[in-house]
Design a protein around this ligand. Sequence first.
Ligand SMILES: *Cc1c(COP(=O)(O)O)cnc(C)c1O
Length: 386
Amino acid sequence: MRDPGSELNKLREENLYRELKHGASATGRTFHSENLSLVNFSSNDYLGFGAHEDIKEAVTETTATFGVGSGSSRMLSGGTTPHLLIEKETANFFGKDSSLFFANGYGAALGTLGAILQKGDTVILDKLCHASLIDGSRLSGATVRTFPHNNIDRLRKILNSINGPDQKENRILIVTEGIFSMDGDSSPIKEIIKLKEQHQALLLLDEAHSFGIIGENGKGIAHKEKLIHGVDFLMTTFGKSAGAAGSVTVSSDTWIKLILNRARSFIYSTAPMPSQAAAALAGLKLIRGSVGEERRISLHRNIDQLCNELQTPKPQGAIIPLIIGDELETLKVSAKLRKRGILAPAIRYPTVAKGAARIRITISANHSENDIALLAQTIKPSLIST
Ligand SMILES: *Cc1c(COP(=O)(O)O)cnc(C)c1O
């Protein structure tokens, strides 16, 4: 039998070993632990809502009214008014009929893909799609195909190869992201929708890193590009810009009814706490309101400042990857940053491909001008020396 100790040793030898750190707070801007205070450039709390009073209050008030635990699956008696409200409000916000709330994005991806797809169907993913989308696709039983990152020609070739008369009953689902989580770039949604329509396929778009920070009221990329009509399933999480936790899949009424009847991560799991649904709703309200607008302005100002100082092109989202390649080199750069007061962990395989290790910088509206200046000064030399 394989010995777990030697498996761990192998990870250490390959510089792929990971361990946890525990902070004393989760405010997005700084990370405190072991009498060390670091400026946090690794949080996805892009708008700095993680510790916002409105979200804290929503949790406290909902707990007072509904208690803590939901007690059972939504299918039994676990659903409460906050669950209904977050679904109603997100459907409205994204301009679709219906929405289903999950405990987290990982579970939403597994449940949604498993509900839509079955054996005989084909799911086509961008090669850089998030692990949750890959795992959900694999679990669904559908044939899984991938196309090189943002490569429309290859996507077209795959679609051409599967479109036959015997495909009428089978579904073809294209899966991509608004902003890619480890590379920070966006996808050519317009071209993908055109292809999707030609081939009678469906499109699932994961807006985890674009919701809240891009487009009018933070509605994300599909809305910004006026392409929401071409998106069959929009997914997002409340764990990032909304400063809370949970996730929704938003779609037509019929699709959402099917998903709630089939999604195993939804059916066979205790409903998220009522306070979690309320926290997500409070996050959504902040995002779409004037506070959200102010924070988006600060966030984009911070991104501008960093890109100006580094003389790099501005990304659409708030993720800036410094691709170094070698795992050990990347760990060294991360340690160097830590010594200068900056938390920016090394991202390695299997999150990204082997030999494509990187420092993933995420910017928050809560960072100050000095924070950004410190980051720019510190990473400039490491960019040059590696
Ligand atoms: C973070 C993330 C998820 C998972 O969402 P959680 O709520 O954190 O489970 C799914 N998709 C993408 C693209 C993500 O970045």
